[in-house]
Design a protein. Structure first.
Length: 416
């Protein structure tokens, strides 16, 4: 691909509206000026050190990169930076994600099984090495489980999970909601005992196109365990025949969001946006580090990525994410031989893996639900008539953890 070290490239998404594209271009121009100024100081004179600076905005998905690099037409059409590991990793803290998908016979209708598999892979693309995940497929019972404990989503693991999905049967049998949820809690407990967990928030993503029954005692037990494990339920009812009552109840009972998705809807796009919930409640002011292979060069690159926020309103909203490869300012071969390398690795790892509390009130959660649909808003509380422009009560900001506290398993506050 052609590379220009004197320019910053911009990639806008056709799916964004004209106003969103205009705002994305404005932000891109501002970022580009900074990138070119940094490159003028930090890049080596002959540009032999491979390193990039890049960013994306939350509203339009406009992508900005120095140096400018041509992308093929298909890459440009498919690329949405907001659903890449580096973006989601900077916008949210570490998390455990259990993806539960209905693979009953009705999923063959309207190609739902194809959409579901694509959605699972899209979710995996939002996860990085600091996140832990597994996949549960169900029909009349649990039909397949990727792993008995959660696994850290490294590049190799992500590829293995995607290949595993391709080998499964995605449309066979009946529907049972309780069995996969029970299995999810078993995996949480086993993972905590084994230490294969982020030790932070947990997201349960539940997709079905069917109808099943849950007793009131089942719902109570699910809620109790969700509180125990700090698990948030995101539920998705796909197609006209899907159960919307129980799926919405599962989300509302467990601090989550319910999504009704029509047949041929953008299942992958909707499900992979789950991380925005966490971004709403986490203002992160330190870098998240990711390691990746450079396009075309294959060089190992180390990027520090930070979220950008719009602070013009009382609550800071995610504006986008900006990254810079440390390769731009240091020769990696020399750095790895230096006395500071081990300290850098340790510090970068600790900062990235630090848990981030989700500071959301019920008012904030209801606004997130309303942003998708009025039908997603939970009923029966003080905020069931929430409006998009309603100002929510402030979250107490002077509460802090005891940095010296450890629990019975030896975990500090920032790892639980």
């Amino acid at each position: 691909n052609a590379v220009s070290f004197s320019e910053t490239g911009v990639l806008t998404r056709d799916a964004a509206s004209s106003s969103e594209q205009a705002l994305g271009k404005c932000l891109s121009d501002s970022v580009a000026t900074t990138y070119e100024r940094v490159a003028a100081v930090e890049a080596d004179a002959d540009f032999m050190r491979v390193g990039y600076q890049y960013a994306a905005d939350q509203l339009s998905g406009t992508y900005t990169q120095w140096p400018k690099m041509d992308m093929c037409e298909q890459q440009e059409a498919d690329y949405d930076p907001r659903f890449r590991p580096w973006y989601a990793a900077a916008a949210t803290g570490p998390k455990d994600v259990i993806i539960i998908v209905d693979v009953s016979g009705s999923m063959a209708t309207s190609g739902r099984h194809v959409l579901a598999k694509s959605a699972v892979k899209a979710i995996l693309n939002t996860l990085s090495w600091k996140d832990f995940a597994t996949i549960i497929l169900f029909n009349g019972a649990v039909s397949a489980v990727y792993s008995s404990t959660l696994v850290a989503v490294t590049d190799n693991v992500r590829s293995a999970m995607s290949s595993w999905c391709d080998r499964q049967v995605w449309q066979s049998g009946g529907t049972n909601f309780l069995a996969p949820i029970t299995k999810a809690y078993e995996i949480m407990q086993r993972s905590l005992s084994a230490g294969t967990s982020s030790m932070c928030q947990r997201a349960v993503m539940f997709l079905t196109d069917g109808v099943a029954t849950l007793e009131e005692s089942d719902l109570t037990a699910i809620k109790t365990k969700a509180e125990t494990y700090d698990a948030i339920f995101f539920t998705y009812a796909l197609g006209d025949g899907a159960d919307v009552t129980l799926t919405k109840r599962l989300a509302c009972d467990n601090k989550g969001v319910f999504y009704a998705i029509p047949d041929n809807g953008d299942v992958a796009g909707i499900m992979s946006k789950y991380y925005e919930y966490f971004a709403h409640g986490q203002e992160i002011c330190s870098a998240s580090w990711v390691r990746y292979s450079g396009v075309g060069t294959g060089a190992t690159l180390y990027a520090g990525c930070m979220a950008m926020y719009d602070r013009t309103d009382p609550s800071a909203d995610l504006l986008g994410v900006s990254c810079m490869d440390i390769n731009l300012i240091a020769d990696m071969a020399e750095f790895k031989e230096s006395a500071g390398w081990d300290q850098f690795v340790c510090t970068a790892s600790d900062i990235t893996k630090k848990c981030r509390s989700v500071q959301l009130t019920q008012c904030h959660r209801q606004k997130i639900r309303l942003a998708y649909s009025e039908d997603s808003v939970c009923t029966g509380d003080d905020f069931d008539t929430v409006t998009a422009d309603q100002v929510c009560p402030c979250v107490v900001s002077d509460c802090s953890d005891d940095n010296d506290f450890t629990d019975e398993l030896g975990y500090f506050c920032d790892t639980w």
